[in-house]
Design a protein around this ligand. Sequence first.
Ligand SMILES: Nc1ncnc2c1ncn2[C@@H]1O[C@H](COP(=O)(O)OP(=O)(O)OP(=O)(O)O)[C@@H](O)[C@H]1O
Ligand SMILES: [Mg+2]
Length: 498
Amino acid sequence: MIKEKLGAKGVGFVFPQPDALKTSEEPVKEKKPPREIKFDLKPKEVKAFLDRFVIQQDEAKKVLAIAVCDHYHHVASCLGKEGCGNYAKQNVLLMGPTGVGKTYLIRTIATLIGVPFIKADATKFSETGYVGGDVEDLIRDLVHKADGDITLAQYGIIYLDEVDKIAAPSNLMGRDVSGQGVQRGLLKLMEETEIALKSSSDLTSQIQAVMEFQAKGKIERKTINTRHVLFIMSGAFDGLTEIVKKRMQMRSIGFLEPLQAMDQHVQMQRHGTTQDFIKFGFDPEFVARLPVRVVLNDLWEEDLYKILKTSEDSVVKQYVGDFKAYGIDVVFSDESLWAIAKKAALEKTGARGLFTICEKALRDYKYELPSTGVRRFVVTPALIENPIEELQRMLQDPAYIDQEFMTLQIQSFEKEFENKFQVKIHFIEDACAWMKEVLSKEGTTVEEWCREKLKNYEYGLVLIRQNSGKEIFEITKEVLENPQAALDGWIRDSYFGR
Ligand SMILES: Nc1ncnc2c1ncn2[C@@H]1O[C@H](COP(=O)(O)OP(=O)(O)OP(=O)(O)O)[C@@H](O)[C@H]1O
Ligand SMILES: [Mg+2]
């Protein structure tokens, strides 16, 4: 799958597929021949891969691309003749507002990673209370992900999300003991420690140990060293803004416009120092072991539009797939994408707002349309604004759907013409109405019909542009009724400077 995504180049490392991974009940396997790691991607290539899915956040993409490539090289040298040397781990901390791509970035990069990789939520640990034991399970999970290969697991990557939730601010009433405990547990792992492969709190491991003792007369203690495990952590760090602002003695954010305030939130986090993190509730040693810090940007209306338009697994693609499963083709007009982006921006939940808006608008369509004869429809700005009314209109008048489809096809013909010949044509309203009327009787597509009608326009309009510099042409009903005569007239005028 990775090879498909990256072409011939990529990760030559043979790593077990998820379905081949062994469950935690199975014993860790004995010695295996060392695996070969071949990773020939450069940071720019990793970033280019991320660009296909994640919009904006260039700094974070760069940081992660470098971190992953460096980690691979380090692993390769440790496993090779050179040895590890004195390598300082580059653990990464991602910060930023909600819904801007922190988790999504890691999820996307994980598809490229050949060393064992696991993801967990820090909240899980602070809630359970079994602090030390649970945190160590992260390392054991790496071993299972590595199909029992301890050597490989020692070079794995652990991604811990929602890490801001384990802060334990000292100024809080009743200091958050569990958060502090989790930090200490993690600190141990981030530094260097030996973790027993068989957890003393896990009953299955204990039973396995007893069986091993019965069979061999001794128990072999296997441990895994955490020195080379790379940690990537992320969180929204909302409270940090206020701390940095106070330190910098800035004026209250309340005086600023809401959008500027959001922007300032990001700016403030960028200025966060180790001292600010300590105030936020982290142990100094813990912060010190997260040397690479990057703040993700807010996503504005234009970014949200780009996500819908270009991201390879955006919410639009998801909806198209969902409707396709019922045999329904749905097309989102460009204007509707802007309408969704605009509304989503007001939600102030980053790209998550896109899901909210689409769900609100299309919920009834998903419910009603599969049981009707409707086999295609267009998402328009009107649908986003008034979904119920538009749905009723569609169901009462099936021809309405075709009209909408033709509008979309006319627009895409205009765009394609402009892209190909650098001349803009615009069908005005009476031309569109007439065209739709004719086409609903003829049964040809907009594209076929326009190509035939305007077959000499490509050459003709380019000629006029060369003569007179004119770049925009309005197509009226009269023009469509007699296209050749209209074109001849325009060409004549262009020679006479009219
Ligand atoms: N920059 C982006 N480009 C494309 N899609 C994005 C981007 N950011 C977010 N998304 C979409 O929004 C969803 C939610 O984003 P994500 O889970 O990464 O948020 P987050 O930054 O981790 O927020 P939180 O702090 O609330 O966990 C993603 O699954 C993805 O579909
Ligand atoms: Mg997240």
